[in-house]
Write a new protein. Structure first.
Length: 175
């Protein structure tokens, strides 16, 4: 029972460990790019799952007590809240931490340099769109957002005037 409720490490040691690992992970994921966040394939998912296990001991050390786990969770949530709050109020910090969107497809053409930069194939982009119920023919532009989500801009639907104009052109060709 003593091991369950007694902290094995000083509280400040746990706080420092947790915050350092959190900040290092934020920086590593920022450097790794949006693809890691998008979880576009099985390899990326495996890396993210193993990442949590790899850093576990760096955060908890020899700590296995219930208060130690609760303290670590509270520090992670509090640190994340503070960083999100700061990035919300400071656009420069938000850009530094999250980056900006990347256009992958525009006006019927893949933007190959951007796909290469994000380490993404054309097929991965098409698959991502299909998961959202879209095809390339349905969109004018597709951006990969900093959070790792696709942001497609749909093609405008033709209105009645567009249809009537097209019919007029067909009639002229036939007549």
């Amino acid at each position: 029972m003593h091991d369950l409720v007694h902290l094995g490490l000083p509280w400040w040691d746990k706080a420092i460990r947790t915050l350092v690992v959190y900040l290092v992970l934020v920086a590593l994921l920022r450097v790794a790019g949006k693809r890691q966040l998008a979880q576009l394939n099985a390899l990326d998912l495996v890396v993210l799952l193993l990442l949590s296990n790899v850093v576990q001991n760096a955060i908890i050390g020899d700590e296995t007590s219930l208060p130690g786990g609760v303290l670590g969770a509270a520090i992670l949530i509090g640190g994340n809240y503070a960083l999100v709050r700061l990035s919300f109020s400071q656009p420069r910090i938000r850009r530094l931490l999250q980056g900006t969107g990347t256009t992958l497809y525009e006006h019927g053409r893949f933007r190959e340099p951007n796909l290469r930069h994000e380490l993404m194939t054309r097929q991965e982009l098409v698959s991502g769109l299909r998961r959202e119920g879209l095809e390339l023919d349905d969109v004018e532009q597709v951006d990969l957002e900093p959070e790792g989500t696709f942001n497609p801009t749909p093609r405008p639907k033709p209105d009645i005037q567009d249809v009537l104009d097209a019919l007029g052109r067909i009639e002229q060709k036939l007549g």
